[in-house]
Design a protein around this ligand. Structure first.
Ligand SMILES: *[C@@H]1O[C@H](CO)[C@@H](O)[C@H](O)[C@H]1NC(C)=O
Ligand SMILES: *[C@@H]1O[C@H](CO)[C@@H](O)[C@H](O)[C@H]1NC(C)=O
Ligand SMILES: *[C@@H]1O[C@H](CO)[C@@H](O)[C@H](O)[C@H]1NC(C)=O
Ligand SMILES: *[C@@H]1O[C@H](CO)[C@@H](O)[C@H](O)[C@H]1NC(C)=O
Ligand SMILES: [Fe+2]
Length: 477
């Protein structure tokens, strides 16, 4: 009894609820100091062998998940651009030829960056691939998603603002343990922009080697954050996103986008839209025009789950970056509601927060007031900039907790979205807790399109019909 009482009071103490909003968890888990892992640590080890491929990562290579873009770096000479791949390890029936390039950034010269598209893959299949020459060659694998189908199950991992600290390492390892098949990454990759001169490129390289443990096997869907901008007039480097764009290709042409910074892919039962907080998005800009068209292409009968990734959150009740997403909210929020987006994932704020379904679209400059109201058509907004970078946690939440905020906690972690079928997905946020992965915030996400009563009834009827048509005739008559 005493034990139960103690347990209860400690739970109550760690969940201080303020205002009429949701829960502010008093739990703060700053597991390791927020410093980058030293370059000579084994997590950044250069693979053995002359010119061995390093910094290997994969991403989806087409609109529907039958292609993969493989990227790797060789340090000593260009070497081969070839990828050998097939269904069993060491026996490769196919090859593909990629491209190679290098670039300079101030007085840093990159290694040879190879990019190779392999397409025409089978769905739901494990492929092995080999890159590099002779004794220095390396082998990896990946699993293609199930076909585009409204009931294709799929488990996504969601990570943001990762960096290269010991906390970042916990986050990647926990995400791998949670069985995520592909990663939705909400921006701010390496934090190399915290360095100067030659070291900027060096820390992009170390991050590439660091993240290979996951990204060589599981496709990461990239989106760009403010740390990718790297506007450095003092070094004469003023072209935004240069290191990022040289290293992290996206399949933007497949969704008829004009920029790798915003694009869409379809995977299993999900349609994933990636936006750029730091590229023009107001009316008539390319990103605005593109999103308008892409939302029309979404077919909820084929891909019921509509997910948006963006770096700067549209709803955030932390002092850090408060209201920075306001300008994009004003432009895109009504579309998100009209098209019944299921969930918007953002990063930027180094803490975790989940909203209720709310919207704030009634304001215009000649009338007010404007505040968020409950709205069944609105997405759930999730801020997950808690990957664990060297800037540390955003500890100060605004008080009282606003009505729109359902749960918030300043700890590091990652999330998983486990899509079961067209109506149900299970969502978990997992905090990094003393080296353990601890499920902390969870809910069942009901699909915004198939959850509607009319469609639910239609679904039930069809289900009944298919059950009946599969029954032996003798049972029906
Ligand atoms: C790229 O590599 C080639 C061959 O090693 C070298 O000659 C060239 O200067 C490099 N380019 C840049 C931009 O550094
Ligand atoms: C790069 O430039 C910085 C600043 O000018 C200098 O301190 C550094 O030694 C240079 N490094 C290399 C490898 O050239
Ligand atoms: C501005 O808001 C008012 C009150 O909601 C509404 O009647 C009016 O039509 C709006 N004007 C425009 C241009 O949206
Ligand atoms: C969808 O998945 C949920 C959760 O597993 C389950 O309860 C539900 O019956 C499933 N719906 C259909 C139509 O299979
Ligand atoms: Fe950021």
């Amino acid at each position: 009894m005493l034990v139960r009482l103690l347990l209860l009071s400690s739970v109550l103490l760690s969940c201080i609820s303020n205002g009429s909003g949701g829960v502010t968890s008093g739990f703060v888990r700053n597991e390791f100091p927020s410093v980058d892992i030293p370059l000579d640590n084994e997590v950044f080890a250069v693979p053995k062998g002359y010119n061995a491929p390093q910094q290997v990562h994969i991403t989806q290579g087409d609109y529907d998940g039958k292609a993969v873009i493989i990227t790797w770096v060789t340090a000593d000479e260009p070497g081969s651009n070839k990828v050998s791949y097939g269904l069993s390890e060491g026996k490769y029936e196919y090859t593909a030829e990629g491209t190679v390039h290098n670039y300079t950034f101030y007085n840093y010269t990159s290694g040879y960056i190879h990019q190779c598209l392999i397409d025409g893959l089978q769905y739901s299949t494990k492929y092995y691939y080999e890159i590099g020459d002779g004794d220095s060659s390396r082998t990896f694998w990946f699993q293609t998603p199930p076909p585009i189908d409204p009931d294709s199950p799929y488990k996504f991992g969601i990570i943001g603002d990762l960096g290269q600290t010991y906390n970042s390492l916990s986050t990647i390892e926990h995400c791998m343990q949670s069985g995520a098949e592909a990663i939705l990454f909400v921006g701010d990759l390496s934090y190399a922009d915290r360095y100067e001169y030659h070291d900027v490129g060096v820390r992009w390289d170390s991050w590439g080697r660091f993240n290979e443990r996951s990204s060589a096997y599981h496709p990461w869907m990239w989106s760009a954050g403010n740390h990718e901008i790297e506007y450095f007039p003092y070094m004469g480097e003023v072209t935004p996103f240069r290191n990022y764009l040289q290293r992290y290709p996206t399949p933007y042409l497949a969704s008829e986008s004009s920029s790798p910074l915003w694009y869409a892919v379809r995977r299993a039962s999900a349609h994933i839209i990636v936006l750029s907080s730091y590229s023009p998005f107001v009316k008539y800009t390319p990103q605005w025009e593109w999103l308008q068209q892409e939302l029309k292409r979404v077919d909820r009968e084929k891909t019921p789950w509509l997910i948006v990734l963006v770096h700067s959150p549209l709803y955030n009740s932390n002092d850090a970056h408060f209201m920075e997403g306001e300008s994009m909210r004003v432009v895109f929020e009504s579309w998100f509601c009209n098209y019944k987006v299921d969930v918007v994932f953002a990063g930027h704020v180094h803490a975790y927060e989940r909203s209720y379904r709310i919207s704030n679209t009634r304001y215009n400059v000649s009338s007010g007031p404007a505040y968020p109201v409950p709205d069944k058509s609105a997405p759930v907004y999730i801020t997950i900039g808690d990957g664990g970078n060297q800037e540390g946690l955003a500890l100060r939440f605004r008080d009282p907790q606003p009505d729109y905020s359902a749960f918030r906690e300043a700890s590091y972690g990652h999330a998983t979205l486990d899509i079961k079928n067209r109506t149900h997905a299970f969502y978990h946020w997992n905090r990094n807790d003393d080296g353990k992965r601890t499920p902390t915030d969870e809910f069942v996400l009901h699909n915004q399109y198939w959850g509607m009563n009319r469609r639910r009834r239609k679904l039930k009827k069809n289900h009944l019909n298919s059950v009946l048509s599969n029954l032996p005739l003798s049972l029906i008559f």
